[in-house]
Design a binder for this molecule. Structure first.
Ligand code: SF4
Ligand code: SF4
Length: 394
């Protein structure tokens, strides 16, 4: 409760661009990965220098109490000590939520983690599934990917309450066929009572690029280049489906999903970069790379220092980070879901936008009919296809 009460002052400071301590940590525990996804280079990246448990302990001991810790990869479960990392996060950072993203390949290890972790806080487990069967296998670069992930989902779905687990599927939409599969996957997962969230894959990601210290951030407000090619109609159909499905979500989750949907729809169909909250990277949101470096954000991996080599205090209040914070303040904004949510929450933008009737109740309906699709502009060009890099979700 005390953590929740301290969010309003954080919002005020973020809106005034005042630096402050982190409250939300995204920790990429390793770049190593057992998948070979077409939209991600993480599995090609060497990750020889991952922090050891002792180093993680020392870093976490210096950080303040956090609201949420997100453990990601690469594939986080390739680290055999992930349970220890999670327990350190729970002990030292005392978050309200622990969040783990996984490709779901290592069923036994994932189930054991869920069983053995201490249940004093809820675990949000987000498992990546990008379409049905062969579609998923092709995207994930493994002919058994679908079998693995379904085995994991079927093992965990009936045990959610016992394991204090919030289980969801994350679908990265990489192409028009993937957009079609959104519906198929939703229907397939329905008997398991699992929702598939969608995210649109960007064409580029600095974090998962083979280059180090690279900047692929948008250069204009509203800029969003998708990984694959889509017609406007395909996107419009997808977004309408997603909007209809939001009715099934619990209230707070529905608001967050609707907020993301509004932003992606406006960027890809409406030529409008709204919503566009101020960015809280290097402020409320801190990222930590496997080797202890603290990068600027998902799209700019310029490091502001290494927590392996320097104290948190020296890094967080140093000159290097001050320069990069100025860069963040001038960034026109991105729409990667993992950045959008902390930005939206910790600037108050989610709350402000959510109080509008269109956000509370969805887009206008007539006599109980499905939501009315926003008019699409005819004759717009097909979105361009760019280099094979994207926003991976593990
Ligand atoms: S809005 Fe923030 S997270 Fe997104 S590219 Fe800009 S600085 Fe990075
Ligand atoms: S998207 Fe995830 S599962 Fe796929 S290669 Fe990248 S890190 Fe691995």
């Amino acid at each position: 409760m005390r953590q929740l009460l301290s969010i309003p002052p954080t919002i005020v400071r973020n809106r005034r661009r005042r630096p402050q301590l982190p409250r939300y940590l995204t920790y990429i525990v390793t770049f190593s990965c057992n998948a070979r996804c077409i939209m991600c280079d993480s599995w090609r990246k060497p990750s020889p220098n991952d922090l050891t448990i002792d180093e993680i302990d020392s870093i976490f001991s210096q950080l303040p109490q956090l609201d949420a810790v997100r453990l990601s990869g690469g594939e986080p479960f390739v680290r055999r000590d992930l349970l220890e990392i999670a327990h350190l996060a729970q002990d030292k950072l005392r978050p309200m939520f622990l969040h783990v993203t996984t490709n779901g390949f290592l069923t036994d290890r994932i189930v054991r983690f869920c069983e053995q972790r201490r249940k004093d806080i809820p675990l949000q487990l987000l498992i990546s599934v990008d379409g049905l069967a062969d579609k998923h296998n092709t995207i994930r670069g493994n002919p058994q990917a679908w079998n693995y992930v379904i085995k994991t989902l079927e093992a965990l779905a009936p045990r959610r309450r016992e394991l204090k687990l919030q289980l969801a599927v994350n679908q990265t939409i990489v192409d028009a066929e993937g957009a079609e599969h959104y519906r198929h996957l939703r229907d397939y997962l329905e008997p398991l009572d699992i929702r598939n969230h969608f995210v649109m894959a960007y064409d580029a990601s600095a974090t998962y690029s083979l280059e180090t210290e690279t900047d692929v951030a948008p250069t204009e407000i509203g800029q969003f280049t998708t990984f694959g090619d889509f017609s406007k109609q395909q996107l419009s159909d997808l977004f309408d489906d997603v909007e209809r499905d939001l009715e099934r979500y619990a209230f707070p989750e529905r608001l967050a999903k609707r907020y993301y949907l509004e932003g992606i729809r406006n960027r890809l169909l409406g030529d409008k970069g709204q919503p566009n909250p101020k960015c809280v990277a290097l402020s409320t949101h801190m990222r930590l790379l496997p080797n202890g470096e603290v990068p600027t954000c998902q799209f700019n991996t310029r490091s502001v220092g290494s927590l392996r080599d320097q104290s948190f205090e020296a890094l967080w209040f140093g000159d290097e980070i001050a320069d990069q914070r100025n860069w963040v303040h001038q960034c026109p904004g991105c729409w990667a879901e993992c950045e959008v949510l902390p930005n939206a929450i910790y600037t108050g933008d989610l709350l402000a936008k959510s109080l509008r009737p269109s956000q509370l109740f969805g887009r206008q309906r007539k006599n109980g009919s499905p939501p009315i699709p926003k008019p699409t502009r005819k004759g717009l060009p097909i979105l361009s296809h760019k280099a094979p890099r994207a926003e991976p979700r593990t």
